[in-house]
Design a protein around this ligand. Structure first.
Ligand SMILES: Nc1ncnc2c1ncn2[C@@H]1O[C@H](COP(=O)(O)OP(=O)(O)O)[C@@H](O)[C@H]1O
Ligand SMILES: Cc1cn([C@H]2C[C@H](O)[C@@H](COP(=O)(O)OP(=O)(O)O)O2)c(=O)[nH]c1=O
Length: 197
């Protein structure tokens, strides 16, 4: 089963992901992974994140290349072995974030739909996506605004895109209110994952 953690920067995804790793109720052979990855593709993505002048379309394809390699070398092999895979960010991050960036930078009529179309023929959709729901102002504050994506204005557009993704696929998503304490958020995520397994 493929579980993904999604939400704006600063919503607590990595906090939850770390706690899951230490949870005895989670199968010991679970694969914990993330996007951007630690590979050289992920390093190329990181260079683009750090470049305020990066071309938005080029950036989409860097993230997408990282996703393709991640699927081939980590996600698909683990799923073939019947293991649980938990990814801190996955393709919905591209649909939501690059959907927002490309809306500003290009004349694409529906950037979110375009990014989904690019993925559709070859990606592996998650079985369950936990969406950590938080207002853009708190998200920007918690994330410390350390990169170009972490401004409340931009995150508001990203949030609108996430809402559209949830609306289009309500059965895949479980929404968790990320304004709650870390303990309460974790308990809700844990229950959602263990229930579906
Ligand atoms: N439920 C929560 N309430 C308040 N602060 C939180 C909560 N979860 C995480 N944090 C804090 O918010 C910051 C961002 O958390 P992090 O897990 O790195 O988010 P993300 O991976 O979604 O960017 C960290 O300082 C973390 O300790
Ligand atoms: C995976 C992914 C991340 N991002 C962005 C979101 C983050 O601002 C940045 C780095 O991701 P990440 O390291 O997960 O940030 P955080 O822990 O703060 O949530 O890359 C995209 O724009 N598209 C993508 O496909």
């Amino acid at each position: 089963m493929l579980v993904t953690l999604e939400g704006l920067d600063g919503t607590g995804k990595t906090t939850v992901w770390d706690r899951l790793r230490a949870d005895d109720a989670v199968p010991a052979d679970t694969v914990f992974t993330r996007e951007p990855t630690e590979s050289w593709y992920g390093e190329a993505v990181q260079r683009s994140i750090d470049d305020p002048d990066a071309d938005s379309l080029a950036e989409l394809f860097l993230y997408t290349a990282d996703h393709a390699a991640h699927l081939a070398d980590t996600v698909r092999p683990a799923l073939r072995e019947g293991r649980l895979v938990v990814s801190d960010r996955y393709s919905d991050s591209r649909y939501a974030y690059q959907g927002a960036t490309l809306a500003d930078a290009t004349d694409l009529p529906d950037p979110l739909a375009y990014v989904r179309e690019v993925h559709a023929p070859w990606t592996r959709p998650p079985d369950l996506t936990v969406y950590l729901d938080l207002d853009p102002e708190t998200a920007a504050r918690r994330s410390g605004a350390t990169n170009k994506f972490e401004t409340a204005d931009y995150l508001a557009d990203v949030q609108t895109n996430y809402e559209r993704l949830v609306e289009d696929d309500p059965e895949r998503f479980v929404r968790v209110d990320a304004t709650q304490s870390p303990e309460t958020v974790y308990a809700a995520v844990r229950e959602a994952i263990l229930e579906r397994r």
